[in-house]
Ligand binder design. Structure first.
Ligand code: SF4
Length: 237
């Protein structure tokens, strides 16, 4: 698609006076995209989230713009002080507890784009949960590239289970939903916490990816089919 945003920019429609592309794609391919998409003024990688307003200030009102692509080693980790625009229905919101991934599945580019796993401090996550709750959010959906890796990189090594218990104590939150659990790290302790805490939904997202050991090995997935079958209840072959 020839971007309609580019056409808007060309015609000067609305506020479309400059065109900025952000996120994973410019993080990985910004320099190539800069050559291929001359209509774009600026490509920003994942570290630039907190600087977007400054970049826009810099671009607006300039006749001659130096076209740039900015993407350093991925280190950005959001915190509760970052302003968010919640795009989900008002009762529900995602809460990202960590950024990046250290698992290195052979088919996945995310560690190269987002960097190594970096967990947010527990107090910071709880602060954001309180802010969301004060804004009317009843359900928080916990995300990260691998939620079960939460805390491994932090001092004292708090666990996902510790975090879930604290989140369950946030007064106005009624439901907690857990996404992206890595099967080999989905411990009995996490499952026990889910079972014990009334606010944590009886719902779990487990990207098992495959159940054949050779394929799992080729994918560089930890654990194996036996471990997955042990974790999942139900019929065995
Ligand atoms: S755990 Fe997920 S994000 Fe991490 S490398 Fe594997 S597929 Fe990619």
């Amino acid at each position: 698609m020839k971007s309609s945003y580019a056409q808007w920019k060309q015609k000067g429609v609305g506020h479309g006076t400059c065109l900025v592309v952000t996120g994973c794609l410019p993080q990985r391919y910004g320099k190539i995209l800069k050559k291929e998409m001359p209509e774009v003024d600026l490509f920003l990688g994942v570290n630039e989230v907190p600087n977007i307003a400054c970049h826009l200030d810099d671009l607006y009102g300039k006749e001659q713009r130096e076209r740039r692509s900015i993407a350093g080693r991925p280190t950005f980790l959001m915190n509760a002080a970052h302003l968010r625009l919640i795009s989900t229905p008002s009762h529900t919101a995602y809460l990202k507890i960590a950024e990046g991934c250290s698992n290195r599945c052979s088919y996945c580019v995310i560690p190269l784009i987002r960097g190594k796993a970096r967990s947010r401090g527990m107090d910071d996550i709880l602060k954001e949960a309180e802010i969301l709750a004060a804004g009317g959010v009843k359900e928080i959906i916990i995300t990260a590239q691998d939620t079960t890796a939460y805390g491994r990189d932090l001092k004292g090594k708090p666990t996902l289970s510790d975090l879930l218990k604290k989140l369950a104590a946030v007064e106005r939150i009624r439901w907690i939903r857990l996404l992206y659990t890595y099967p080999a790290s989905l411990t009995d302790t996490i499952l026990y916490t889910i079972a014990q805490e009334e606010k944590i939904c009886n719902y779990i997202d487990i990207p098992i990816q495959h159940i054949d050991d050779d394929i799992l090995k080729a994918m560089n997935r930890h654990g194996g089919s036996g471990q997955i079958r042990k974790t999942l209840p139900g019929r065995r072959r």
